[in-house]
Ligand binder design. Structure first.
Ligand SMILES: Nc1ncnc2c1ncn2[C@@H]1O[C@H](COP(=O)(O)OP(=O)(O)OP(=O)(O)O)[C@@H](O)[C@H]1O
Length: 771
């Protein structure tokens, strides 16, 4: 037996031993979980019985309250220990699939022994808890695995940097308890494993990458210092992967101070949320909160239909130069600054108060509210005056409830209540509790009126006494229009804004400034509980929106990811410049920029084509994984285009699980879908509201494919005529880089100039019709 084989046997024997340990611990944890579950059920039962007795019979006895509280704590402790066990079980099951992927041999200074440490997705100890069988990939020492080359290395620990000597680094692939691949390396993480990981077919969920994290990705993951971490990475460079591992890392290192609910990720679309949803659970962590920017805005404008970024994008494709300039201006840092100044300098008489109504009649007049406001000390900030005003209005409302209760409308409504409604209105009281009918009536009338007027209280809480939309219109009207925009076009925008409001609609370009104005005026809208905010695909966010998000999450550290080459909406910007600008607008004290230049997703052939389109494409390094050259079919009739589409889909779908046809917009996706679904069975057209990714043949507009990847992609209609008016390079680049293994481009007529001679060199171009 040669040395290599011997080593392998020794390693396999260790895997066998660790697998046995895992199996045993799984069994024990299962038993403990079953017992804990029983315990939870028992204490819950006890609690609910006692609590219900208490409510009806011994309501006021403090002693029993204390007992209930004690039992409530028992319940929550039982639930908690069950949750911990459940998590433990999940972690062990994850380890069972693949216990570890790395080994480092280190020799600490002054020691003559070399120590072997094994690294996996979670820590595992032996039975008597005397030894780590597996180290968590996030443990300080594991940093050596990702960062170090053989020799003396330094790694970060909570007590400062530590030195050690890295003697050996070994990588494994372990499937179902068997080592399928194993080798020693001096590289950070060898290409061989990465090759294997990247060569696999796509499925509907993203995988964790802990076994093959690259050095610069590791820097993103382990950065705990920056308050603004800007990651600029080319398509497929692992930005999304890196931040998900980063979240897992942060959760591991601040178990007590941070939980998943204090982290929010702004994701590009709902399909993406689904796509990444398994990464954290596969690392034994809970998912962070996720929201799309459209969802976030929607929640802040109840009753209004705010255009989403996709509609905005489609509208922008058709907009005139001037309209684009206006939108850019309203979404700029200058506009946000202007809002700040406007609110700070707003004179009392310019505040737009609104009537608060109840059932169509005016309950508080705007005039009255304004008067109350004017009587607040003028030296106070407007937001504080608003809080005082609200309190005053609520107090007035309480007085008015008593007055209103005596009115006829209340008597009438009480008369028409049925028995059940009346019964509920009595609350804890019964008829016997009243001395006479008058007292009883007064009680019921008061309660009924209070209930009915809750709507007024809500209006006060929700700031409806300020006519925000008129206020905003006033702001728009006093704003100096941008140079180059004609007066008529500017005026047109203001009119359009108010016309849209009539229909309860709002253009996206007003969203950030409007939300900002409301928050500054009313002193509301900020959320201090979030510690980390992640923004993916930041190139799709306006500067105004970034400033607004900073305002909303004042206590959070921001990690912002983007690739300006994939900007569907905006021109390119250099990363360093972007960092400078962002640091300033987002008020960052410790900004950091990490650039990722290596692209992992696509084959070398696809990446080479995609980077050929970019002026600074030579900065992108393709990962050496080979596949077919991408093909461009140029066709001159609609018939030929359709036939080519059908033939390509047919050919690719026999080879791959997922084939995506990516189009410029939703209309074209619909048209392609119509052509495909007659001939193919597993065809799905995806739209904004879809939340899951089936496999098969998918048809979707490019903006919904952001952040996603597919085995094969067909970029549908890359002709000059079709893409005119869009950022053609950004569009084709984004489409092409969604493909992992195969790429087909179809052009109906002359091809977009984005596919320049350099890019064309990497294509097989076919002008003939394929039969
Ligand atoms: N270190 C790695 N090991 C294994 N796979 C990796 C690694 N880094 C990236 N990948 C894979 O490369 C692909 C692209 O990664 P990811 O989606 O995170 O990139 P991205 O930069 O967010 O891409 P885009 O901006 O184009 O959406 C994914 O399939 C991911 O699993």
């Amino acid at each position: 037996m040669n040395k290599e084989e011997h080593e392998r046997q020794v390693e396999q024997a260790r895997v066998d031993y660790v697998m046995q340990q895992i199996d045993r611990q799984i069994k024990e944890t299962r038993q403990a979980l079953a017992a804990a579950h029983k315990e939870t059920r028992a204490v819950e039962q006890n609690y609910s019985e006692n609590a219900s007795i208490n409510r009806y019979e011994v309501d006021d006895i403090a002693e029993s309250r204390a007992m209930i509280e004690q039992q409530r704590q028992l319940v929550s402790r039982a639930v908690e220990s069950e949750t911990i066990l459940r998590r433990q079980l999940k972690t062990l099951q994850n380890l069972q699939r693949s216990p570890y992927f790395g080994r480092i041999d280190i020799q600490d200074p002054g020691e003559d022994q070399v120590e072997s440490l094994y690294i996996g997705t979670a820590s595992l100890m032996n039975d008597d808890k005397s030894q780590f069988l597996i180290y968590d990939w996030r443990a300080p020492i594991s940093g050596v695995y990702y960062n170090g080359t053989l020799g003396e290395v330094t790694y970060e620990t909570p007590n400062g940097p530590q030195k050690t000597t890295l003697v050996k680094k070994r990588q494994f692939t372990i499937r179902d308890g068997q080592i399928t691949n194993m080798f020693d390396t001096n590289e950070t993480v060898g290409d061989e494993l990465l090759q294997a990981a990247l060569g696999e077919q796509n499925d509907q969920y993203m995988h964790n990458i802990v076994a093959t994290i690259q050095q610069e990705q590791n820097d993103i993951i382990r950065d705990t210092h920056s308050d603004l971490l800007l990651v600029q990475g080319v398509a497929g460079s692992g930005k999304t992967s890196a931040i998900l591992q980063r979240i897992a890392y942060l959760l591991y290192h601040s178990r007590t101070a941070l939980n998943a609910d204090q982290i929010v990720l702004f994701s590009p679309n709902r399909l993406f949320s689904h796509y990444i949803s398994q990464v954290l659970p596969s690392l034994g962590e809970r998912n962070m909160r996720q929201v799309t920017i459209s969802g976030f805005i929607r929640r802040r404008f109840e009753g209004l239909r705010v255009e989403n970024i996709f509609e905005r994008y489609e509208r922008r494709q058709k907009a005139s130069q001037d309209d684009r300039r206006i939108a850019d201006y309203l979404e700029s840092a200058v506009a946000m600054k202007n809002v700040r100044h406007y609110v700070a300098g707003l004179a009392d008489q310019d505040l737009q108060f609104a009537n608060v109504t109840f059932e169509g009649r005016v309950f508080f007049t705007a005039e009255h509210i304004k008067n109350l406001y004017m009587h607040q000390p003028a030296a106070m900030r407007s937001a504080n005056r608003m809080v005082q005003l609200k309190n005053q209005l609520i107090r007035e409302l309480q007085r008015r409830v008593k007055e209103e209760a005596k009115k006829d409308w209340v008597a009438k409504e009480l008369d028409s209540l049925d028995r059940q409604q009346l019964h509920r209105l009595y609350g804890k009281k019964t008829i016997d509790d009243f001395h006479d009918e008058d007292e009883q009536y007064a009680y019921l009338a008061y309660r009924w009126t209070k209930r009915r007027l809750r709507i007024v209280a809500d209006a006060i809480y929700n700031d409806y006494f300020i006519d925000l939309y008129s206020q905003y219109q006033q702001w728009l009207s006093q704003l100096a229009r941008p140079t180059k925009v004609t007066k008529a076009d500017w005026q047109g925008m203001v009119t359009d804004y108010s016309d849209q409001l009539e229909y309860h609609r709002l253009d996206m370009m007003h969203a950030a400034t409007l939300m900002y104005m409301r928050d500054l005026l009313m002193g509301t809208g900020q959320n201090h509980s979030f510690k980390y905010v992640f923004i993916d695909e930041m190139q799709d966010y306006s500067v105004a929106m970034m400033i607004y998000l900073r305002h909303v999450f004042p206590s959070a550290k921001f990690t912002v990811l983007g690739d300006s080459e994939q900007a569907l909406f905006k021109p390119l910007e250099m990363p360093e410049h972007l960092l400078q600008r962002l640091s300033k607008t987002m008020d960052a004290h410790h900004p950091n920029l990490i650039s990722l230049r290596r692209s992992y997703r696509s084959t070398k052939e696809i990446t080479d084509f995609a980077k050929g389109m970019l002026p600074d494409g030579d900065q992108i390094m393709s990962f050496t994984r080979h596949g077919e050259r991408p093909t461009l079919y140029v066709r001159d009739s609609a018939d030929q285009v359709e036939q080519t589409l059908l033939a390509s889909v047919d050919q690719l779908s026999t080879k791959y699980e997922t084939v995506a046809v990516l189009t410029k917009n939703a209309d074209q996706a619909k048209q392609v879908y119509r052509q495909l679904h007659r001939q193919f069975k597993k065809v799905h057209q995806l739209n904004v509201n879809d939340t899951s990714l089936p496999d098969g043949i998918l048809v979707l507009p490019i903006y919904l494919a952001k952040g996603l990847e597919f085995d094969a992609v067909i970029a549908y209609d890359v002709s000059a005529a079709n893409l005119r008016g869009t950022d053609e390079v950004g569009m084709i680049y984004t489409m092409a880089t969604r493909a992992m293994h195969d790429l087909v481009l179809i052009s109906s007529g002359p091809v977009s100039s984005a596919i320049n001679p350099t890019a064309s060199q990497h294509l097989t171009i076919e002008y003939q019709l394929i039969k």
